[in-house]
Write a protein that binds this ligand. Structure first.
Ligand SMILES: *[C@@H]1O[C@H](CO)[C@@H](O)[C@H](O)[C@H]1NC(C)=O
Ligand SMILES: *[C@@H]1O[C@H](CO)[C@@H](O)[C@H](O)[C@H]1NC(C)=O
Ligand SMILES: *[C@@H]1O[C@H](CO)[C@@H](O)[C@H](O)[C@H]1NC(C)=O
Length: 187
């Protein structure tokens, strides 16, 4: 009887040891947030630029990757974009980054996009840093607001929001220019 109990205790100890030190035993741990600069005061960065979507022409910056599910609405249509972001309204003004991602019409009987995009900056100290926008874009509303859900580089641990306001829209030509104002909290 005692022998059986001893064997059981040994087995339990062995299992506990395996749980502590076995495969994946140290894949996660808590660490001091100071190591990632999280003790610093957060900054608020404001950015403004213009997003240019061009579906037609010789060098389109966006392509339809999924046609709508019916001919009577654009519900289900998806477009992949690599759109330039410029400092001013004209398309040929200075490019500060690219908006890379997908917009998809996620509303039946309406045009309201699900926006999934990274703004990849390529100028000055922002070069190589990104922010990620995931939000709802009812394109015919004057000003739309979408959340900034994260970032990289300078914008690591970012949160915030952007507003989007259409400045130019040509359905036939497949062109749109949208002003983005971004309010980003980061370290
Ligand atoms: C949409 O219209 C085109 C031609 O007008 C037709 O060939 C196609 O089958 C229609 N698609 C749907 C999903 O009804
Ligand atoms: C941008 O294009 C406009 C005409 O479309 C032109 O007048 C202007 O000089 C161009 N600017 C630059 C910086 O190329
Ligand atoms: C941005 O970074 C890339 C890659 O490191 C580099 O090739 C490029 O010259 C940089 N651009 C500017 C404007 O600093």
């Amino acid at each position: 009887m005692t022998k059986l109990i001893l064997v059981l205790v040994a087995k339990i100890l062995l299992l506990a040891a395996l749980a502590l030190a076995g495969d994946g035993g140290d894949f996660a741990r808590t660490m001091n947030p100071k190591h990632l600069g999280l003790y610093k005061k957060e900054k608020l960065t404001y950015l403004r630029f213009y997003w240019h979507d061009m579906l037609k022409g010789r060098n389109p910056s966006a392509v339809v990757i999924q046609q709508p599910v019916s001919n009577s609405s654009s519900f289900g249509a998806m477009t992949m974009m690599d759109d330039p972001l410029t400092t001013d309204m004209p398309r040929n003004s200075t490019v500060v980054g690219q908006a890379q991602g997908i917009y998809a019409d996620a509303a039946q009987g309406d045009i309201c996009y699900l926006m999934i995009m990274n703004f990849a900056f390529k100028t000055g100290k922002y070069n190589g840093s990104t922010i990620t926008i995931l939000g709802r874009n009812p394109v015919f509303t004057k000003v739309r607001e979408m959340p900034v859900v994260g970032g990289s580089g300078i914008f690591r641990f970012a949160r915030g929001y952007v507003t989007a306001e259409t400045k130019f829209f040509d359905f036939k030509g497949g062109e749109a220019t949208v002003e983005y104002n971004c309010f980003i909290v980061h370290y």
